[in-house]
Design a protein around this ligand. Sequence first.
Ligand code: TRP
Length: 420
Amino acid sequence: MAEQDLSSKVDDLKVTENAAEAVNDDDDDQVVDPWNVVTKSDKGVDYDKLIKRFGSTKIDQALLDRFEKVTGKPPHHLLKRGIFFSQRDMHQILNRYEAKKPFFLYTGRGPSSGSMHMGHLIPFMFTKWLQEIFDVPLVIQLTDDEKFLWKDLKAEQALKLSYENAKDIIALGFDKDKTFIFSDMEYIGSCPAFYRNMIKVQKCVTFNQVKGIFGFGDSDCIGKISFPSIQASPSFSNSFPHIFGDRKDIPCLIPCAIDQDPYFRMTRDVAPRLGYPKPALLHSTFFPALQGAQTKMSASDANSSIFLTDTPKQVKTKINKYAFSGGGTSVEEHREKGGNCDIDIAYQYLTFFLEDDERLQQIREEYSSGKMLTGELKKELIGILQKLVADHQEKRKTVTDELLKEFMTPRKLKWGGKDS
Ligand code: TRP
């Protein structure tokens, strides 16, 4: 862009090089990208290593303290417990909040199956809390186009999955007046401003660069190669003229799991060249599979996941049968040596869903010392998840097609007590 000087161009190039380095190398013992999460360690992914490799910043106590000071609310348990553990430019967002300057939230989901699982809930539960404390507009992208391109799905099926997943998301209690949910297949064709941003991003990124960032190869279809421009575009406020008019200077904050960071490294790289602010990010760890923290929960493996459609009995059976235990092999051994919370999946899940800090600490102590048995620990988790899943199913029943349509209709949103 003409108004940009050469030094910032050089800067941009440097970022791109870093992004290229971030691609997984073969001899590493962990693989983390938007399509794979696997590690050899039973403690799970080494997140400090990821922060280093991706070049993001660890969320430290100072940021948590500032969060509390600025918003007047104690940090969410997912923040306090380090489940949201990494960030980019979060201080800038807090500065804006303090200065009463606008920003918005952006998150998304690739609708790959009709039924969402517990792991999918985490970023949305957290985003809902952010929306409440900041009182800002939220846009939720459903990438049915992405799933169409990557999976064996018909376009029409993928769109249907968007609607099904949107109902689950709405059931979490998002504020209709402040939330716009959109399907890529539906919205992009109706919004020239969004499409313009896509091609602007496409013009800034070479095939070589996306190869470096995402590992695309010569035989990947060209849809995949240009897809990152679609996930990048909602970061820019003028992609939503019904909410922000033609303002292009309103930054967004993106809560997401860390495997989505490659998309946003690329977005942050091109934003200044387009005259747009860079998106800020809050990254979460992965929600581990029942079988252990070596991989994340996956909707395509029914036994690795607790689904939001599971019956109380299924919840109980899956946890009792599959949840990897850090306990002793016999009651005697367990009583003597205690359990290992760091690898115990039932305990790990409690850190996501049991909000009561004191109770969690008590369980940790009792399980580690051997006083609490694996069966007792699992029973505690089963009770919590059965209630959560049953409550969710009740709420989802109240989400009508009409309500769904309202959430998915481009319209003005309310924020800071005002209309946009
Ligand atoms: N690619 C994501 C997925 O497969 C979906 C997504 C689109 C997303 N935009 C996002 C996730 C922004 C987090 C934040 O789930």
